[in-house]
Design a protein around this ligand. Structure first.
Ligand code: GDP
Length: 174
């Protein structure tokens, strides 16, 4: 049997749902109380991937304001994959995705020097109206080196397991 440990970064502007995602995925809970993430936090999820494979995911959530502090190096160190999240009702959170991705690619890479597999999550898809058309997200995801994108709702538990499984598949192929 084989055991894998992957460190996964969860990145994006404040209030897009990063803390809620980690909480939902790891504890299967959704809490609607607004919480400001202080510093770096990580949570562990253990997946029985197959009869012979166990996958341990370390999910690292970072607060936007920590971006340029001394914590950054620790945060990006030895990461295997990344989730960049925005809020479909907040166009500025989508506009920030490009700089989050550039930041990621400049600070973290795989041992061979390739960029980390990174999935783009269009969160709060339960809310209307969306501020960003699907075609725009699709084109942006392709043009900026994402492994793909998915609409998610942490609130309604939509596409959370699916998106994490997709990322795990890509990390296992490395
Ligand atoms: P963070 O700053 O990126 O960690 O964002 P939080 O996880 O603190 O979430 C910010 C707010 O958005 C909270 O009030 C959450 O309850 C809410 N939220 C998170 N995900 C969703 C979602 O999928 N749908 C809706 N409607 N609200 C969400």
């Amino acid at each position: 049997s084989r055991d894998y440990l992957f460190k996964v970064l969860v990145i994006g502007n404040g209030h897009v749902g990063k803390t809620s995602l980690v909480h939902r995925y790891v504890n299967d809970k959704f809490s609607k109380h607004y919480k400001i993430t202080v510093g770096v936090d990580f949570a562990l999820k253990v997946l029985a991937w197959s009869d012979t494979e166990t996958v341990r995911l370390q999910l690292w959530d970072i607060a936007g304001q920590e971006r340029f502090t001394s914590m950054t190096r620790i945060y990006y160190k030895e990461a295997s994959g990344c989730i960049i999240m925005f809020d479909v009702t907040d166009s500025s959170s989508f506009r920030s995705v490009r700089s989050w991705k550039e930041d990621l690619d400049s600070k973290a890479m795989l041992p061979g020097g390739a960029p980390l597999p990174c999935i783009l999550l269009a969160n709060k898809c339960d809310l209307v109206p969306w501020q960003i058309p699907m075609e725009t997200i699709e084109q942006f995801s392709k043009a900026n080196g994402f492994i793909g994108w998915m609409e998610t709702s942490v609130k309604e538990n939509k596409n959370i397991d699916e998106s994490l499984n997709f990322l795990v598949q890509k990390m296992l192929m490395l």
